[in-house]
Design a protein around this ligand. Structure first.
Ligand SMILES: CC(C)(COP(=O)(O)OP(=O)(O)OC[C@H]1O[C@@H](n2cnc3c(N)ncnc32)[C@H](O)[C@@H]1OP(=O)(O)O)[C@@H](O)C(=O)NCCC(=O)NCCS
Length: 279
């Protein structure tokens, strides 16, 4: 609201209205309202600027296999046998996407062992380095931690899609425990849905443990519906799998909803770069 506007409920002949007259004659509102309380009432709040998301999404390749196995191990501790991603990423009807970010300066200084296994299971060097009283950097230099090879990027999470007939099946989605509730799982799902749409898939399907409420809530948010149950599907504890599927994802109605969710994610977590194929 411009300086000098009158609050709508103020009578023209009230004492306060004289202030309005003064304002019209050029007295600035700062003089009348030194603490800025009135001005704050009339000022439109600036839309909050969310910095760009530090994470981006890209296609996985063979060089990522070892890091993907580590993320899988942390995201699915009960899974056995582990997935052999070296072979998986080369399959023609399967595609894996990674949520990645650059290493921070602090992480680079600490080296790979303490960081790559920092989700509650630090590696050998990381464990020793965390003992109280030891100068971490000196220890790493002594033990050659700096010389160990750092992966080019930090991989926070991954999602895999298997294309079969007109369906895209989510074979895996997960991120490191330390990266949960930061919008990364949702980002991976958005990237997977975009990829499935670009591939021409009609629907997206998946199975989820019946007790996995975090994942089920995420899928519900993106329009998945529970369409069946596979009894005792998971061998480790005989847990049922819930089969979930989207409505037709190419429909205008679904795309409208999906784009709205994507905008909400960007407003909350920042815009993300998604370098995915199949356009
Ligand atoms: C499921 C998983 C991928 C979610 O990832 P995440 O990065 O923590 O999720 P996000 O921060 O992006 O949250 C997105 C949405 O998921 C849902 N969600 C995530 N965690 C949740 C929780 N603990 N409780 C309830 N809802 C949750 C919410 O709908 C959330 O949206 P909101 O923030 O608007 O409420 C993650 O918990 C994970 O890797 N789990 C282990 C592996 C796994 O179970 N994968 C699924 C196999 S089917």
């Amino acid at each position: 609201m411009v300086t000098g506007d009158r609050p709508p409920n103020m009578a023209k002949d009230s004492p306060e209205s004289n202030q309005g007259a003064d304002l019209e004659q050029g007295v600035s509102i700062e003089l009348l309202d030194p603490e800025g309380k009135l001005a704050a009432l009339f000022t439109e709040p600036e839309p909050e600027l969310v910095p760009p998301n530090v994470h981006s999404v890209r296609l996985a390749n063979v060089a990522d296999a070892a890091d993907m196995e580590e993320v899988e191990r942390l995201a699915f501790p009960a899974l056995f046998p582990p997935t052999r991603f070296r072979r998986e990423v080369e399959r023609s009807n399967t595609l894996y996407l990674l949520a990645v970010r650059e290493w921070t300066e602090e992480e680079v200084a600490l080296g790979p062992d303490a960081i790559s296994k920092s989700d509650g299971s630090p590696g050998f060097v990381g464990k020793i380095a965390s003992l109280p009283g030891l100068p971490v950097r000196l220890l790493f230099q002594t033990m050659g931690g700096r010389k160990a090879k750092m992966p080019p990027e930090y991989i926070a999470g991954l999602v895999g899609l298997w294309f079969v007939l007109d369906e895209a099946h989510v074979v895996i989605i997960g991120n490191r425990p330390g990266d949960r509730r930061k919008g990364i799982g949702e980002l991976l799902l958005i990237a997977a849905m975009e990829t499935a749409r670009n591939h021409g898939s009609r629907v997206v399907t998946l199975e989820v443990r019946s007790s996995n409420m975090a994942a089920r809530t995420l899928y519900h948010k993106y329009g998945f519906r529970e369409v069946g149950v596979r009894k005792r599907y998971y061998a480790d504890n005989n847990e049922d799998a819930v089969i979930m599927t989207t409505p037709p994802i190419q429909s205008d109605e679904y795309q409208e909803h999906f784009l709205e969710l994507g905008r909400g994610h960007a407003q909350r977590w920042g815009e993300t770069e998604r370098r995915v194929a199949l356009s």
